[in-house]
Design a binder for this molecule. Structure first.
Ligand code: ADP
Length: 576
């Protein structure tokens, strides 16, 4: 890893340094050579002008001498020509043997009055020269400088430059290697610490102090690690709190993954099962109760809260199981032990049933004697008759109350066995109508079966019902409709199909019930108008009994009402 970063950095530096060296070498070398050439040319022009001046002014020496002397002094070849191009003197050749020079580019420029320059191979000597010619009166003077000298200087210059570049390159390479190694080491540390953090070591820190980019990356990683460590600690602390809370509960709690493995369980759960909870094992190895398992499976599959009663988790104990789906899949189940609650409930029911039963005989006796006394009391003994009437009325009420209490206790406890069979809804409806038609008429109320807005009862599917019990439900509802909805003048019975059931209804057109009372209407002893209920001989138990009969049938019951527009009581019986 380190080598890879180091080599990449070094390679990048190397490319940059090489490019810089090449550019430096080429540009500086060229510029230097150009300036050297310009300098040589300038000096040659100056020297040529000086020689020209001497040729024009020196009358004491021959042209050949001047050419020889000046050529020696300048380290260049000197050639003097007349205006026709005929060579008058030359420092290195015999002028007599030399051809006419008027056509040489530099001489032709000088003879035209300007300074002539040219660079070529000499036909006389055969080597490359730089020629400069200046005009003089009566011809022109030319100096020729061998370019081999210039090239020698240039070569030396290039060598110097190359050495310098190599030295600079070497130094730069050393600095680059140190910088690359330093950066690579810092990056390596970052990678190493990041790896440790990823592996779960949240205490690992890079601790870079440098303010550069690498330092800033290191700082950001350190900061992230601190944050993650803090969040982790918070999560762990709240997890511990939750565990403590769940362990201190009385209910047993167990979490199951969507593939049916136990994920977690609280201590009450551990205490509940003799073999203790088997974590990460199929839940069936911990709890075998089929109702419990089905509830957990359903909650997992449907993502909805499901409840059930389980009786075989611990022999002799009943549990209420509530399974709720977990956000990440699977479900959590809460097991509440109902054994004690059910025992208390049963005791309460038994007590009520016993008291009611015990009161039955004395109450019948009181009622009987009051009636006998009433029969034997003459009309003129009016005050006594009035007292006896009160005794008879109240003992009758108490008798009804105990009867209703007994009925309710028996239905609730399951003691009353319902003889459930497929029954045509029309039969149930006609029975109810026949039983109450005359009573209703006596109250001045019209009781009839609705066939206008509801289907003809004969067309409805069979329902599962105990005829007598359902007749009692109808009796309670019609009785209430006659008592509390009499002002409407009519009571309508009917039935219609709903999904998987037939819904029967009793509708009156009386005063109706306020919506605030509807949710509590089926509670025992709940009365909307207490005085009216008592006066009409009601016990406050009629609807509670109807509700329990319906529950025992696997059906449901509800009320719809609007003040001033009457009430409708509806109950549904499952299809046969
Ligand atoms: P009760 O013996 O008092 O009639 P129920 O349990 O049968 O007891 O009814 C509970 C209460 O519901 C009644 O006291 C009455 O106030 C109200 N109620 C029941 N049916 C009707 C109805 N058809 N119209 C108006 N109020 C009703």
């Amino acid at each position: 890893m380190r080598n890879r970063i180091f080599i990449k950095l070094l390679a990048a530096f190397l490319v940059v340094i090489l490019a810089a060296a090449v550019i430096f070498d080429v540009t500086i070398g060229r510029a230097w050579q150009a300036s050297l050439r310009a300098e040589i040319e300038r000096t040659l022009v100056e020297k040529t002008e000086l020689v020209a001046h001497r040729v024009e002014t020196d009358r004491s020496h021959s042209l050949a001498d001047i050419a020889a002397q000046e050529g020696h002094a300048a380290g260049a070849r000197v050639t003097i020509i007349d205006p026709t191009g005929h060579v008058l003197a030359d420092s290195e050749a015999n002028s007599a043997n030399m051809e006419n020079h008027a056509s040489r580019p530099e001489f032709s420029a000088a003879l035209a009055g300007t300074i002539g320059r040219n660079e070529r191979r000499s036909t006389t000597i055969g080597t490359p020269f730089l020629y400069v010619a200046v005009p003089i009166s009566g011809g022109a003077v030319r100096l020729a400088y061998p370019l081999s000298d210039v090239e020698a200087v240039s070569t030396e210059l290039r060598h110097n430059l190359e050495w310098t570049t190599a030295a600079v390159f070497g130094f730069a390479f050393l600095v680059a290697a140190i910088a690359a190694s330093w950066s690579a080491r810092r990056l390596e540390r970052i990678v190493e610490v990041a790896g440790r953090i990823a592996d779960g070591d949240l205490h690992a820190r890079i601790l870079e102090k440098s303010p550069d980019e690498i330092g800033r990356v290191a700082g950001a990683i350190d900061k992230t690690a601190v944050r993650v460590e803090q969040s982790f600690a918070e999560v762990r602390s709240s997890q511990r709190q939750l565990e403590t809370l769940l362990n201190s509960m009385q209910d047993a709690v167990i979490a199951v993954s969507d593939d049916g493995l136990v994920q977690w369980a609280n201590q009450p759960m551990d205490r509940l099962v003799p073999q203790r909870t088997r974590l990460h094992q199929p839940v069936v190895e911990t709890i075998r109760d089929p109702d419990f398992l089905a509830t957990v499976r359903e909650a997992t599959a449907t993502r909805k809260v499901k409840t059930a009663r389980a009786t075989s988790i611990v022999p002799g104990r009943t549990f209420d199981v509530t399974a709720a789906p977990l956000p990440g899949g699977g479900a959590v189940a809460v097991l509440r032990d109902l054994t004690e609650t059910e025992r208390v409930e049963k005791t309460r029911r038994d007590f009520i049933a016993n008291v009611s039963h015990e009161l039955r005989t004395p109450l019948t006796s009181i009622q009987g004697y009051a009636e006998t006394l009433l029969d034997s009391t003459p009309d003129h003994g009016a005050p006594n008759r009035e007292f006896l009437e009160i005794i008879r009325k109240n003992s009758g009420r108490m008798s009804r109350l105990t009867e209703d209490l007994l009925t309710l206790a028996r239905v609730e406890s399951g003691e009353t066995r319902f003889d459930v069979e497929p029954v045509p809804p029309s039969e149930i409806l006609h029975d109810a109508e026949e039983s109450f038609r005359e009573i209703a008429r006596a109250h001045g109320i019209d009781l009839h079966i609705n066939i206008k807005d509801a289907p003809v009862p004969e067309t409805l599917p069979m329902v599962l019902a105990d005829r007598e019990a359902i007749h009692q439900v109808f009796s309670n509802l019609i009785d209430n409709a006659l008592k509390y909805g009499a002002t409407g003048g009519r009571v309508v019975l009917g039935a219609r199909t709903v999904p998987h059931a037939v819904e029967f209804f009793v509708q009156d057109f009386g005063a109706g019930i306020g919506s605030e009372h509807l949710p509590r209407l089926f509670e025992r002893f709940y009365r909307v108008d207490k005085a009216r209920s008592r006066e009409s001989g009601g016990t406050g138990l009629g609807l509670a009994i109807a509700k329990h009969i319906m529950l025992a049938h696997g059906g449901s019951i509800r009320a719809e009402s609007e003040l001033g527009h009457g009430s409708t009581f509806l109950f549904a019986l499952p299809n046969a």
